[in-house]
Design a protein around this ligand. Structure first.
Ligand SMILES: Cc1cc2nc3c(=O)[nH]c(=O)nc-3n(C[C@H](O)[C@H](O)[C@H](O)COP(=O)(O)O)c2cc1C
Length: 226
């Protein structure tokens, strides 16, 4: 499978979330060979969407000539777009959001009813694309935290989307936390393997992965001591 990894953490390879993403991809590679190309979004020249709708009205080209042209081409040549990012203010980091806004050329201005809402009719063939979100965060709680980011992702990429959220993510970059992070990374690896084999992650496995690794109060106490 051709995978385009979009790393939305400004910390690039030092990203806490990238520990999760690397484990997931290791699992996917256990199931089958994968062709992975990665982009650190912060390094790319991606202007903000100007809201002119030229791309949606005029055949799919943005008026801005920046790195987004090549990224859109890469997207359309992929099977899976993997968004790896830390939760920022209950959403995605701004550089990644700028990239998602600039995906507008894939859609036309025309609207269609899709179930109980409206979506734009695609003007690029995205039918074979799958979308995966792997998101880490700093708080120990998954509830009252990830929901806005998950809802946005599912609405932006309806249908073939999969989401993996993991709290207490800074622990993955702390070597002293290895006794609790190593088993969690193994679970994430098995989620990757399952995803590559079946196209989904089982609910029980998801619940286990998105639960705190250590009790919330203990985690908060450690953070507050540091
Ligand atoms: C600007 C900013 C906003 C943040 N907002 C949240 C948040 O809403 N919820 C949360 O649990 N953590 C939040 N965090 C913490 C990060 O998600 C956390 O530190 C994460 O492990 C960073 O991952 P990374 O190393 O992959 O960038 C925020 C961090 C920053 C810098």
């Amino acid at each position: 499978m051709k995978i385009l990894l979009l790393n939305g953490s400004p910390k690039k390879e030092k990203s806490d979330t990238m520990h999760l993403t690397r484990a997931f991809l290791t699992g996917m590679q256990k199931a089958a060979p994968q062709e992975i190309s990665a982009i650190h979004v912060i390094d790319r020249n991606i202007g903000y969407c100007r809201g002119c709708f030229s791309c949606m009205r005029g055949g799919g080209k943005c008026v801005q000539e920046d790195d987004m042209r090549e990224i859109l081409e890469n997207m359309l040549a992929s099977d899976l777009i993997l968004f790896s990012f830390p939760l920022y203010c209950y959403g995605m980091p701004a550089p990644l959001k700028a990239l998602v806004d600039r995906m507008l050329p894939l859609s036309s201005m025309a609207m269609q009813r899709s179930g109980d809402r409206y979506t734009h009719v695609r003007q690029a063939d995205t039918s074979r694309l799958r979308f995966l979100m792997i998101c880490g965060c700093g708080f120990p709680n998954s509830r009252q935290n990830f929901e806005p980011a998950v809802a946005q992702f599912k609405l932006c990429f309806p249908g073939r989307n999969t989401v993996l959220t993991v709290p207490e993510s800074p622990m993955f970059s702390a070597p002293e936390a290895t006794p609790v992070t190593a088993p969690r990374l193994k679970l994430i690896e098995s989620a990757g393997e399952e995803y590559a084999r079946t196209g989904a992650i089982g609910e029980a496995l998801f619940e286990e992965i998105s639960s705190p690794m250590i009790p919330e109060e203990t985690y908060a106490a450690i953070v507050n001591r540091a």
